[in-house]
Design a protein around this ligand. Structure first.
Ligand code: AVI
Length: 329
């Protein structure tokens, strides 16, 4: 891998690499800091500390997506349940919010099962345990897998109805547009004969977006900076957290909020023995959060093989929940 400045290659030390130098995080961070513009996948936000900060974001007054989507799910749970039919199985992409899936399960007609798919077995086992306790008659079958890749799901239980995929939270907005469409194409295949219930955040007044990603309490800033704190904890990196700041802004031509970490001065950071130089003002791009129009999302779903069905949105048209019918078996 090429360091940012060829001159810095002399600083490589192979003697003191910490334990996690070979982790995906170390590799992806080093690769991300070596490319221009510098970037890293937002999936690395979600260690234990990052997940706790994200939970706090979801409860912030400025962060409208979670409460708006929950209200939509609660308000339309009856209609969703009627479309899902009896004995449906819910397949959740990501072991996300148990609260959201409970809104569906509680309204559904004798759901046959719940299959959360997540790359982190630990997070999912805890979530599955909690759900089994709350719904003792529900068959909970966690699947440890990367849901952005081709998936092989366990066969449906005998007597079960259709499979209903669930991808809430507008997590689809964190993918690049081509990745989002690829994910939908894979989901259409894995859910053949069933449907996908998809949460998508909508294009809106940039001032509302700015507030949602620059909250007054600074929780989103802490969430963004936790990426560097995580590198220090896990990789023995030496990021000075006081020398980077959170930046989030709406990039209108791309219909997305971008989050960056901005270096406040010239500095050098060591990650697993490799040195990376930052100029003042240089940024590490940490997240895209694409916003959609209803028609744009339906068109993308149709290109991926779904037949777009009902869409539910709030009166202010902040957020949308889409019923997307997968191809027949
Ligand atoms: C998980 N994802 C949909 C959130 C979003 O809004 O893009 C992550 C987030 N980033 C900053 N605040 C919330």
């Amino acid at each position: 891998m090429t360091p940012l400045h060829p001159a810095l290659s002399a600083n490589r030390s192979h003697a003191t690499h910490p334990r996690h130098a070979d982790s995906d995080f170390a590799r992806d961070l080093q690769a991300g800091l070596s490319r221009r513009p510098r970037s890293i996948s937002p999936k690395y936000f979600y260690d234990t500390a990052g997940s706790a900060l994200f939970d706090r974001i979801c409860a912030l007054p400025e962060y409208y997506p979670t409460r708006t989507e929950c209200a939509l799910l609660a308000r339309h749970a009856g209609e969703i349940s009627a479309l899902a039919g009896p004995r449906a199985e819910i397949v959740e992409f990501g072991a996300g919010s148990l609260y959201k899936v409970r809104l569906l399960l509680d309204a559904m007609d004798r759901p046959a099962g719940y299959l959360p798919i997540d790359i982190s077995g630990e997070h999912m086992t805890a979530a599955a345990h909690e759900l089994r306790r709350a719904c003792p008659h529900l068959e909970v079958q966690p699947v440890v897998a990367d849901y952005t890749q081709r998936l092989l799901l366990p066969a449906s239980a005998a007597g079960s109805g259709q499979r209903l995929g669930f991808f809430p939270g507008s997590t689809i907005g964190n993918f690049a547009p081509e990745e989002a469409e690829r994910f939908l194409r894979l989901a259409a295949q894995v859910l053949r004969g069933g449907a996908l219930l998809l949460g998508a955040d909508l294009v809106k007044d940039p001032a509302l977006l700015h507030a949602a990603y620059n909250d007054a309490e600074g929780v989103t800033a802490a969430f963004n900076l936790n990426l560097l704190a995580r590198a220090n904890r896990e990789l023995g990196a030496d990021f000075d957290l006081s020398a980077f700041t959170h930046s989030a802004f709406y990039n209108a031509p791309y219909q997305r909020v971008e989050m960056h970490l901005v270096s406040q001065r010239r500095q050098q950071v060591d990650i697993c023995g490799e040195a990376f130089a930052f100029n003042e003002g240089e940024t590490l791009h940490t997240e895209h959060s694409h916003k959609f129009t209803i028609d744009g999302m339906r068109a993308m779903a149709a290109r991926a093989g779904f037949r777009p069905g009902p869409v539910w949105t709030d009166p202010e048209r902040l957020f949308s929940v889409h019923w997307l019918q997968a191809p027949a078996d």
